[in-house]
Design a binder for this molecule. Structure first.
Ligand SMILES: CCCCCCCCCCCCC/C=C/C(=O)SCCNC(=O)CCNC(=O)[C@H](O)C(C)(C)COP(=O)(O)OP(=O)(O)OC[C@H]1O[C@@H](n2cnc3c(N)ncnc32)[C@H](O)[C@@H]1OP(=O)(O)O
Length: 719
């Protein structure tokens, strides 16, 4: 777990060996403790170089161990022993030095990095803080503002930036261990005290209170309700105000609170869930490690609306040549201008040249003949999509993969009009597609393993979190969203206001409440979907629209709003009021209050006071309940898949782990009991009826989320 070698006569070379990232497991900590002690006690050794095997210095503490009782030597005294030792220790940083890995390097007296190395203290993203002295040593090295920024964001930095900030002493393009040994030989005999970061004071800073108050306000604004960023600010403040030993005590105290919090558990669950969803499998035995993706070099995108433009940008940024097709010249020109603008702004920000040479624009599908893969992003209309796919089938090479960006239509029906159903999959991007990280890869019943593997791997290449989902209306994300949205409008009928519902959801941690999201994305979009799915039609009385449709409770409020031309931000009025069409700042609108009161009077619905707890429970438990149903129906492989869809596609607060993890954390019996209660009160809302899987899990004693798959009746898995 840590190898020891004597080299160049007087150098001890200690190599961390714990693939794949040399995480600081208890065995590695034991190995380092023993080898460092050996080096310090060996009179032949004059200096030490610390490195990691396989081109990775160290990925930090072993995250898997956080869930277990602590064993083996502790990290803090181990790093302290290195720093306090009387022989210079040089960290040779290659690949990564993250979290505890960077803290270990900060305990060394010198740091040499390879030019391609990345460093950072990402503990905050795991709901923790750098509690191996990172919050105390880094501010002493870089000064408070830089340390605050790096620790509260968890941002990775390049070797060049680390050099500029003084975090490393040297950057090399060559062999980093050789460079570190050279440095070790050159510093033998030099005084070590100025190199012991714990003994230094933080550089003086004017207006300390102002800096910390601003930092605190910023983290609270940026990550609503998250504890770790707040604790990080407090720990860095201790570095500024207290001697090192007391600062370390404060760091430990704050870490103790975080470690035992549900938020840290949720964030660590997300870390592993994000990696688990890449390991997809289909019922026929095809899976991520036995299905070869195709190498995609050229792609076509049809439709240059908001979605199509974002998809083009994502593909081009991944280095893929794209032919972008629109049917009308005016739309094509508009699309070209937008896509070019996005790519140019992005390139300017990153100081590189925009890869415009990778895109060509065309007015005919014929231009797609030779591409490896096509992504269709036309209007959400089955007949239109079928026409496009039938044409593609005729135009494209036999081998071209055909993908649809539908947000919920039947992928198999679309595939049925082509000559190649095995090569058809859904690639459901989220708007704006070049920004949002989620990609739902929709596996139709006839999609081949190769096609699924290709779409999953293409998503990864574009920097997306790809989640394989089954083919059902709305797939996973939008299917579940329906119950969440329905609950929010039912709450309006019963007495809540849009701002009250939004505030409760934002307090819960959502970046935006559901009504603000509706206004932002345009209320007319859902209106159109409801029209096409037969919920609104000629047989609905326009003056007194029914509150029961297709056999269940229906809330006509959003339709009535749309009929008034209140389509959200784009019209300057929606659930909220905006300064003008396109305005962004939502203000409560007294007209909406009157509109809701009139509506309740007209339908004889008594208005009651609705608590924040009820808002959150009805919206969030309804969402999770549909998630259980999605699992039961075999539309997602496991709860991790659903949770990642929500974290990366729907603004679910990551520190709550995702709707399924949240249900587990609240306690499945409690979720079941509350759903039973709400369903008894509202028997005409089927999505409040507890799912059979939820009942089974409670019956089985609420096993940990990692075991839920065993309770899913997977005989009819659609994945
Ligand atoms: C009163 C009580 C008081 C209690 C107080 C206790 C005090 C305790 C003091 C201890 C203080 C500890 C402080 C330190 C904390 C930390 O260091 S937390 C960890 C910080 N590090 C990270 O966050 C890095 C996480 N990893 C990554 O970001 C990426 O994995 C990577 C390193 C950049 C590599 O990326 P990539 O190449 O894309 O590969 P991946 O697929 O992501 O990873 C490959 C496999 O490696 C596993 N893995 C990665 N990092 C870790 C890790 N740190 N621990 C365990 N496992 C890790 C990852 O899960 C992958 O596994 P597989 O999926 O099985 O392949």
């Amino acid at each position: 777990m840590a190898q020891y070698a004597r080299t160049k006569g007087s150098i001890a070379l200690i190599t961390l060996t714990n693939p794949p990232v040399n995480a600081l497991s208890s065995a590695v900590r034991k190995g380092i403790t023993e080898t460092v002690s050996r080096a310090l006690n060996d009179t032949q050794v004059k200096a030490v170089v610390l490195c990691g095997e396989n081109g990775q210095f160290c990925g930090g503490a072993d995250i898997k161990e956080f869930a277990k009782p602590m064993s083996g030597p502790a990290l803090v005294p181990m790093i302290h022993a290195i720093e306090a030792g009387e022989k210079p220790v040089v960290a040779a940083i290659e690949g990564i030095a993250l979290g505890g890995g960077l803290e270990l390097a900060l305990g060394c007296h010198y740091r040499v990095a390879h030019a391609k190395a990345r460093m950072g203290l990402p503990e905050v993203t795991l709901g923790l803080l750098p509690a191996a002295g990172g919050t105390q040593r880094l501010p002493r090295l870089t000064g408070i503002p830089t340390a605050l920024e790096l620790i509260t964001t968890g941002r990775h930095i390049t070797a060049q930036e680390a050099l500029k900030l003084g975090i490393v002493d040297k950057v090399t393009d060559g062999n980093v261990v050789d460079a570190a040994m050279e440095m070790a030989l050159s510093v033998i005999g030099r005084p070590l005290s100025p190199r012991r970061l714990s003994t230094l004071s933080t550089p003086p800073l004017a207006n300390l209170d102002g800096v910390f108050e601003a930092a605190m306000a910023q983290v609270k604004r940026r990550s609503r309700g998250a504890m770790a960023p707040v604790a990080c600010v407090k720990a860095v403040r201790a570095a500024a105000e207290l001697p090192y030993s007391q600062g370390m005590k404060r760091e430990l105290e704050l870490m103790g609170t975080l470690m035992s919090s549900g938020q840290a558990k949720a964030l660590q669950y997300c870390f592993f869930a994000q990696r688990a969803v890449g390991k997809w499998s289909l019922p026929n035995g095809a899976q991520w490690n036995n299905s070869r993706p195709r190498d995609i070099r050229t792609a076509g995108v049809i439709g240059l609306g908001t979605m199509g433009r974002g998809i083009v940008v994502s593909l081009v940024k991944a280095g893929i040549s794209v032919v972008a097709v629109e049917m009308e010249e005016k739309q094509l020109d508009l699309g070209r201008k937008e896509v070019t603008g996005i790519l140019e702004r992005d390139a300017k920000r990153r100081g590189v040249t925009a890869p415009l040479h990778l895109i060509s624009f065309a007015l005919s599908l014929q231009s797609l003949r030779g591409v490896d893969l096509v992504i269709e992003a036309v209007f959400e209309d089955m007949e239109l999509k079928k026409r496009v796919f039938a044409d593609l089938s005729r135009v494209c090479n036999q081998n071209t993969m055909l993908c649809t960006n539908t947000s919920g239509l039947d992928v198999d029906q679309i595939a049925s009009v082509t000559d190649r159903p095995p090569l058809v999959v859904g690639m459901h991007f989220f708007a704006p597609a070049h920004v949002m990280k989620l990609l739902e890869v929709v596996c139709g019943p006839r999609s081949s393993a190769e096609a699924v593997a290709t779409a999953m791997s293409l998503g990864k290449r574009m920097g997306k979190v790809s989640v394989a989902v089954g083919n059902c209306p709305g797939f996973v994300g939008n299917r579940m969203l329906k119950s969440y949205m329905d609950e929010s409008v039912f709450l309006l009928e019963e007495g809540a206001s849009p701002e009250q519902v939004d505030q409760a959801l934002e307090e819960f941690g959502f970046a935006l409440g559901i009504f603000k999201v509706g206004d932002l994305s345009g209320l007319d979009v859902g209106w159109r979907v409801r029209k096409s799915s037969g919920l609104i039609g000629p047989d609905v009385n326009p003056t007194f629209p029914s509150r029961v449709r297709q056999g269940r409770r229906y809330c006509p409020l959003p339709d009535l709003l749309c009929e008034q031309g209140r389509w959200g931000q784009k019209t300057g009025r929606g659930w909220y009021l905006y300064d003008s069409a396109g305005g962004r700042v939502a203000r409560p609108d007294p007209e909406i209050q009157r509109f809701l009161q009139d509506y309740r009077l007209r339908y004889g619905i008594p208005s009651r006071r609705i608590s924040e707890q009820e808002v959150v429970e009805r919206c969030v438990f309804a969402l999770a309940n549909e998630g259980f149903q999605v699992l039961e129906d075999g539309m997602a492989a496991g709860p991790e898949d659903i949770d990642m869809v929500y974290v990366f596609g729907y603004g679910w607060p990551r520190h709550r782990g995702g709707p399924m993890f949240h249900a587990a954390q609240v306690g499945l019996p409690r979720v079941l009991q509350r759903l039973e209660f709400y369903y008894r009160e509202n028997p005409d809302i089927p999505h409040l009826q507890p799912s059979a899987l939820l009942r089974r899990l409670v019956g089985a004693g609420s096993p940990p989320i990692q075991q839920w798959k065993q309770y899913i009746r997977s005989t009819h898995s659609q994945l």
